[in-house]
Design a protein around this ligand. Structure first.
Ligand code: 5RP
Length: 218
């Protein structure tokens, strides 16, 4: 099986968690695209979705699934999203697709975060994948200098503007031994909107696509 087939297997296995008549939190990325395809097949069983990006909103609408504003939704059973890296503690790096801020907001609302990944995303220590940090444009150079002081090597994702109108710094060369602490530390820099460490609120369920079938850890 290639990587896409493993992503698809994980995504389709996550459909088991979708409750009848519920509103589903939907992430962003290629693994989530498979989840949206699956959700389209059962769209008559759900009320709709809240979406973490313009990209996913377009895919959901094209699939005939109603997209709700998060402010119109009091509670959310599940949020389903991919990750760039995930540890055995269910801490993640996310934001490869640039949607980290809206992803983190929906994850905060949801009772259960279901992370869908192919097995290549599993790591012992976070940091090989450059850590995305969403920054208010005028703070880009300041935040970059501060991230260098923390031991990272930030690279501006040039040409990319997030759905929130901000820029992204991808921080290379981090070996993240304490993701909970680093997540808070980076958040405290003036001008940082959000960083791609999802450790303070990690995943609750991880569905990993493997050749042996989807492996689920709760
Ligand atoms: C987007 C994300 C994605 O979940 C992450 O980048 C994984 O993407 P993919 O499923 O395409 O491998 O955080 O901001």
């Amino acid at each position: 099986m290639d990587q896409n087939q493993l992503k698809q297997a994980a995504a389709l296995a996550a459909l088991e968690y979708v409750q009848q008549d519920s509103i589903v939190g939907v992430g962003t990325g290629s693994t989530v695209a498979f989840f949206i395809e699956g959700l389209a097949q059962i769209r008559d069983n759900i009320r709709g979705a809240v979406s973490s990006s313009e990209d996913s909103t377009a895919k959901l609408k094209a699939a005939g699934i109603e997209v709700f504003d998060l402010n119109a939704v009091d509670e959310l059973d599940i949020y389903v999203d991919g990750a760039d890296e995930i540890t055995a503690h269910k801490h993640m790096i996310k934001g490869g697709g640039g949607a980290l801020t809206r992803e983190k907001i929906i994850a905060a609302v949801a009772r259960k975060f279901i992370c869908i990944v192919d097995k290549s995303k599993q790591v012992d220590v976070l940091g090989d994948f450059p850590l995305p940090v969403e920054v208010i444009p005028m703070a880009r150079s300041y935040v970059a200098r501060e991230l260098v002081k923390m031991g990272g090597q930030p690279v501006w994702r040039e040409g990319v503007v997030t759905d929130n109108g901000n820029v992204i710094l991808d921080v290379h060369n981090l070996t993240i031994l304490n993701p909970v602490e680093l997540e808070s530390q980076i958040n405290q820099l003036a001008g940082v909107v959000c960083n791609g460490l999802f450790a303070r609120r990690g995943a609750d369920v991880v569905v990993v696509g493997t050749e042996q079938g989807p492996q689920i850890s709760e």
